[in-house]
Write a protein that binds this ligand. Structure first.
Ligand code: NAP
Length: 246
């Protein structure tokens, strides 16, 4: 039980990578708050965590909205009394070549992937500083390091998350709060399921380990960063990508 007595919030915890992280944390003894826009989905995910014997709570929350991010944190503290771990995982894509990318494609990706990370981090920072303990884990992407055709908005948002991680890591370090990023490569989830076969093949051809990643692969890295074993690591980006971005 590497996360016994810890309280974690996972945004976008209803499916894919976020759900795998929520399950992993729950199975390691954490109480887990699952947040997402669709209440039915977060409720179902929290129900599954309860079946593992974990305390869990579902919160409907659009991370792009500051009030909802603040409410997510206040509901968590009201119910569990503290907040030890925040996983900023919620993310979306609106892929298009730059010539066809609309202002709303740009704005909506920035609002969720970058401003959402700001909103939730700002909302937890005070409580974590007061506790003199915290773990913030931001899910970025190898696309934020390498770029990718058709993903100028997404790549910019994920590169922004890496800069944000490093700045906030420096700000919060003296009070025992670590801030790190995980950069997944090509992971089998709903986000990648709908990609054209040609795009999937292009990704696969760039993976030295020769297979797509699983949400569990990413959850294992998140567990490490959330655990006491990672106490001396902050401001880092860990790629979980089968070697794609080496
Ligand atoms: P996914 O299957 O599409 O799941 C996304 C999750 O985020 C869902 O739970 C979704 O629930 C939630 N979400 C979306 N917009 C939200 C918002 N505004 N507020 C709160 N929750 C929101 O995606 P995934 O593949 O698991 O991706 C998870 C993270 O990993 C994302 O940040 C993604 O960019 C990153 N990533 C994924 C891959 C990959 O290959 N799959 C690679 C690199 C990085 P609702 O729609 O109900 O809100």
């Amino acid at each position: 039980m590497r996360l016994a007595n810890k309280v974690a919030v996972v945004t976008g915890g209803s499916r894919g990578i976020g759900y795998a992280i929520a399950r992993k944390f729950a199975s390691e003894g954490a109480s887990v708050v699952v947040a997402g826009r669709n209440y039915e989905s977060v409720r179902a995910a929290a129900g599954e965590l309860e079946k593992l014997g974990a305390a869990s709570m579902a919160v409907q929350c659009d991370v792009a909205l500051r009030d909802e991010a603040e409410q997510l944190v206040s509901l968590t503290i009201e119910r569990f009394g503290r907040i030890d771990i925040l996983v900023n995982n919620a993310g979306i894509t609106r892929d298009r070549l730059i010539l066809r990318m609309s202002e709303s494609d740009w704005d909506s990706v920035m609002a969720v992937n970058l401003k959402g990370v700001f909103n939730c981090t700002k909302a937890v920072a005070k409580a974590m500083l007061r506790q003199r303990y915290g773990r913030i884990i931001n899910i970025t992407s190898v696309v934020g390091l390498l770029g990718n055709i058709g993903q100028a908005n997404y790549a910019a948002s994920k590169a922004g998350v890496i800069g944000f991680t490093k700045a906030v890591a420096r700000e919060l370090a003296s009070r025992g709060v670590t801030v790190n990023s995980i950069a997944p490569g090509f992971i089998e989830t709903k986000m990648t399921e709908d990609l054209p076969e040609s795009a999937k093949e292009a990704f696969m051809s760039r993976i030295p380990l020769g297979r797509a990643g699983t949400p569990e692969d990413v959850a294992n890295a998140a567990l490490f960063l959330a655990s006491d074993e990672a106490a001396y690591i902050t401001g880092q980006v860990i790629c979980v990508d089968g070697g794609m971005a080496m």
